[in-house]
Design a protein around this ligand. Sequence first.
Ligand code: ZN
Ligand code: ZN
Length: 247
Amino acid sequence: MKEKIYTIPVNDAFARSDACPVCTLENTLNQQLLDYYLGASLMEPDVRQTTNEKGFCRDHLKQLYNREINRLGLGLMLHTHMVDLVDDIGPELKGSMSSEKASFFSGRKKDYKQMLKLAAERIEARAKSCVICERTGQTMERYLDVIFYEFSENVAFRDKFKSVNGFCLPHLALLLRGAAKYLNQKQAAAFVSELTQIQNRCLETLRDDVEWFTLKFDYRNHDKSWKNSKDALPRSIGKLRGESDLK
Ligand SMILES: [Zn+2]
Ligand SMILES: [Zn+2]
């Protein structure tokens, strides 16, 4: 039996049959982490140590800000993060990259290009670094482990799995990678057989819905029913690129 803190959300996400269940898991987790970092935890020293060091990526900074709660807390967290940042990359920007003596550019040094690239890489790494993305990645890995365990061991879960309405393409790939990692050959054959049936059914239906959406623009179809095609564009965008809040 796997830990309940992972088993319950996985079962809940697969019980809802509309969106990609892995997107549902990811979105729920994302909201919980946004709440966590804007909540009481942001004054805890060990939390602040990681937010100072890692900060948040662009998407998560926007999401934290757009919550419109605890702007003071966000301000305090950003301030100490920026103190850390200025101490870390400040000397590099001020000293080595200026035109002063002993910088990359003084004398006949040929390695200035390499030095500039390394400085850029270090700054890019800091710009991308995100404590929420990191924790999401770790928890999603636990969820993946649980999905495969439940699929192989729990008949009720397998029934839920069979009734979902397909996965987005990024998570379809994630599940195939996960199957290679967590399942033996026999288990993987059973899993991939179910997965491909679900996915083909989903994509074929979407393909036909999008086609009918376009055909409805033909005046000869004007009076015909939209069938299930009114929201075919947003549904296909979701399935093609993911329904996750993170992207
Ligand atoms: Zn998804
Ligand atoms: Zn992030």
